[in-house]
Ligand binder design. Structure first.
Ligand code: ATP
Ligand code: MG
Ligand code: FE
Length: 344
């Protein structure tokens, strides 16, 4: 099917177009520059930016894909999770488009989009599989038995998301927002073994209770304390070493628990998704650790890991193909949509 997907859950306005699992267009406009001085996304600012970016992104996507909108089989849009006002801009646009074209509309789950986007790169996903979803708002391990109907969250963060930890640590080091890409880059010149930061929820007692869950707020506090102490001692902060050691702690825990889950559920394939999946250390360490136990790792290219419209078109295409019923036109945004709901 030819499907157009609209994404507006946070600060990226995305319009993607796919035919089946072939990517035809992926236009992304980010309002991140408007949020930099606030050190985080300002919801009102993001909503307004979506309003002005949406139609131009749509026009660019249609031109890039070289299609006629009337050829579309369906329109898909992020229904949640995300920021209420931001989601509403995409949903209103999608409803207007689908109504005007008289095409079915699918309100889809953003997190499942982060998983489905891999199909555009690597084709059919062997089932069942385990997905490690790491983004600004979420850090979860998912057991996927049917992408369009059955995704079960088997573990998640009990406090901060991995991306959130990156952003907060960047902030306390005085680095730019968003922190993920900045820390990733600085870490390349640092020693990951320089500072022994804690690995949350990996002690034996924690593993009994929280086998596939994550915790990153203790790590963030440990970094803050370490930096504070250095400053009190009047010493310089070895920023690259702090970044590399922090990153190593995050990636060590994420990859250990992901491999543990894959073995527990006896799957042959693991999928890495979400904005933090763009992280260079996470990509290589997970590749090493999955390869060591004979699990095939699938990781979309970094540009498809961060928020975009192609991921929404991708899950839209899958649900159309699977014969899932479209959403009724009166659905609204759901900021807390659970990953188990693929289509609203
Ligand atoms: P969610 O998908 O949970 O709703 P979101 O849409 O805000 O959250 P994404 O766009 O998927 O999140 O990811 C953004 C996050 O990814 C930010 O926290 C950012 O710091 C992080 N990130 C992006 N690139 C990298 C990188 N190279 N290394 C580490 N983190 C990164
Ligand atoms: Mg973003
Ligand atoms: Fe996202």
């Amino acid at each position: 099917p030819l499907v157009l997907g609209i994404e507006s859950s946070c600060d990226e306005t995305g319009v993607g177009i796919v035919r089946g699992r072939e990517l035809l267009a992926n236009e992304v406009a980010s309002s991140v520059d408007l949020h930099v001085r606030f050190g985080g996304v300002v919801p009102e600012v993001a909503s307004r930016a979506h309003l002005s970016a949406m139609v131009p992104a749509l026009e660019r996507a249609v031109a890039a894909a070289d299609i006629d909108l009337r050829q579309l089989d369906a329109v898909a849009v992020t229904a949640g999770p995300g920021l209420m006002g931001a989601l509403l801009v995409g949903i209103s646009s999608a409803k207007a488009l689908a109504t005007y074209l008289n095409k079915p509309l699918y309100g889809v789950n953003h997190l499942v989009g982060h998983v489905a986007v891999d199909l555009l790169e690597d084709g059919e996903l062997p089932m069942p599989s385990v997905a490690l979803l790491v983004s600004g708002g979420h850090t979860s391990l998912l057991h996927v038995t049917d992408m369009t109907r059955s995704i079960t969250e088997v573990g998640s963060t009990i406090d901060d998301a991995a991306g959130e930890a990156y952003d907060k640590v960047a902030r306390l080091l005085g680095l730019a927002y968003p922190g993920g890409p900045v820390i990733d880059k600085l870490a390349a010149d640092g020693d990951p073994g320089a500072i022994a930061f804690p690995r949350g929820l990996t002690a034996r007692r924690d593993m009994e209770q929280h086998r596939f869950d994550f915790s990153f707020s203790g790590l963030k506090t440990a970094v803050a304390r370490w930096v504070e102490l250095r400053r009190l001692e009047g010493k310089d902060i070895p920023v690259a070493d702090v970044c590399a050691s922090f990153q190593e702690a995050v990636c060590d825990v994420l990859t250990r628990k992901a491999v543990d889950a894959a073995r527990h559920f006896d799957v042959d394939t693991m999928l890495l998704g979400g904005g933090v999946a763009a992280n260079s250390r996470l990509r290589t360490l997970l590749e090493e650790r999955t390869a060591a136990v004979g699990i095939e790792l699938r990781r979309p290219r970094p540009a498809l890991c961060t928020d975009n419209g192609a991921m929404i078109a991708a899950i839209g295409s899958e649900v159309v193909r699977a014969g899932v019923a479209p959403s009724s036109l009166d659905f609204s945004a759901n900021p807390g949509l659970p990953v188990s709901t693929v289509v609203v």
